[in-house]
Design a protein around this ligand. Structure first.
Ligand SMILES: NC(=O)c1ccc[n+]([C@@H]2O[C@H](COP(=O)([O-])OP(=O)(O)OC[C@H]3O[C@@H](n4cnc5c(N)ncnc54)[C@H](OP(=O)(O)O)[C@@H]3O)[C@@H](O)[C@H]2O)c1
Length: 372
């Protein structure tokens, strides 16, 4: 597609915070208003992550400058490129890497990005599938990669996954199970137990019924953990991990606090691994996407895909993530919407009505002329 296909104005979800206060809405934008880059993408899809919900509702400090377009994920087709690595028509994706933090993000019909962080779409994934995975699946896979690099193996025993019904949690269950691990899903949604089992969870635990002993070390139940929750949950997990196990600290859906002791680390050799998907170096990023498209390709993408929404539904999706009621992954469709059949029919009916009215008016005028 030539650059001439780029419209002078398109829609983007812009987040402002200035003397007029915080506001985030879809508004017209031109490519020159966006942060710099050497590749322009025609955006097809983005997704909704917890971080997007925080940024889009002003519930968390995500953007480091204003205004910026929201959306930490993007997938689309190259429309123009000054990079040797990408050509017009290439399918590409980008997650994190400063999107909606220091650079304009993926909630935009067109996006200018730096090729430095752009990943060619792996052959085994469609653009839509890549956004079901998005930052959430990338984070789960990065956690597994770091845990294994630090000695975790399936033979050591079960892995606890907290925030299990969320984006990172549900994809972690799928990915860890595929990699041969037995997963214990910890969730606040007991009604989702069947769904979590269907994704591969061997055990489901109601987080509201969890009891963590006060002692620094308690009976070791898990060989490792991926934690999306932080606070008391992460504190409790440090006490119940088997010797030499790893805890991947991914999120803080409950709290950013951590109150524990050094005992699990110095007596059991437990490791606490920090997971930072946004800043992951490019070579590791590319190899993780390769794993996600092959060995660790999630088996249950269709079931984890909650829905694909249009731009108008974005704010409702943010609220579902903020209040913890979301289950799975939401994709945002940013392709220009073709006029629906309904609209075309409506237009045709309106046109016919107008023609009929005109003809009736003409006839009435003629009759009037004859009678006068
Ligand atoms: N480190 C990174 O690079 C990285 C990347 C992506 C995401 N994250 C973080 O990881 C976390 C999950 O992200 P996500 O996109 O998967 O979000 P999500 O889809 O909203 O999932 C979060 C899940 O956490 C659980 N939860 C929510 N509030 C809770 C509370 N007060 N106490 C205990 N559990 C609670 C819920 O699962 P249940 O109802 O099943 O318990 C919820 O579905 C977020 O904190 C996000 O910021 C970090």
């Amino acid at each position: 597609m030539p650059m001439s296909a780029l419209p002078s104005s398109f829609q983007a979800f812009r987040i402002h915070n200035d003397e007029e206060g915080f506001r985030a809405n879809w508004e017209p934008q031109s490519i020159d208003e966006q942060t710099s880059g050497d590749v322009v993408i025609e955006v097809h899809y983005s997704s909704v992550n917890y971080k997007d919900a925080l940024a889009g509702t002003n519930r968390g400090k995500i953007l480091r400058r204003f205004p910026l377009n929201g959306g930490i994920d993007v997938a689309g087709v190259v429309l123009a490129s000054e990079s040797d690595r990408f050509a017009i028509g290439d399918s590409v994706l980008m997650t994190g890497s400063g999107l909606s933090e220091t650079k304009d993000g993926g909630y935009s019909e067109y996006l200018r990005v730096s090729s430095e962080f752009l990943v060619p779409l792996p052959t085994n994934l469609t653009l839509h599938e890549s956004m079901i995975i998005g930052t959430a699946g990338f984070t789960a896979a990065l956690a597994l990669s770091r845990m294994e690099a630090n000695g975790q193996t399936p033979e050591m025993g079960p892995i606890a996954v907290t925030g299990a019904t969320g984006g990172v949690g549900s994809l972690a269950i799928d990915i860890f199970t595929k990699a041969g691990y037995q997963v214990s899903a910890i969730t606040g949604k007991t009604e989702a137990f069947d769904w979590l089992h269907s994704l591969g969870a061997a055990q489901c635990i109601d987080r509201h019924g969890l009891y963590w002993p006060e002692s620094p070390l308690a009976s070791a139940q898990f060989a490792g953990a991926l934690d999306n929750v932080g606070g008391d949950m992460l504190n409790g997990l440090t006490r119940v991990i088997r010797p030499w196990g790893n805890i991947a600290s991914c999120g803080m859906a409950a709290s950013m606090g951590l109150n524990t002791t050094v005992m699990p680390f110095i007596i059991r050799g437990v490791s606490l691994l920090g997971i930072n998907s946004a800043g992951c170096p490019y070579s590791l990023r590319a190899s993780i996407w390769d794993k996600l498209a092959n060995d660790w390709r999630p088996n249950h993408l269709a079931s984890i895909h909650t829905k694909t929404i249009g731009p108008d539904e974005l704010k409702d999706a943010f609220e579902a993530l903020i209040d913890g009621t979301n289950q799975g992954r939401i994709v945002v469709d940013l392709r220009p919407q073709p006029p629906t059949r309904k609209k075309t029919t409506k237009k045709r009916v309106a046109k016919k009505k107008a023609t009929r009215k005109k003809a009736a008016q003409k006839k009435a005028n003629q009759t009037k002329e004859k009678t006068s």
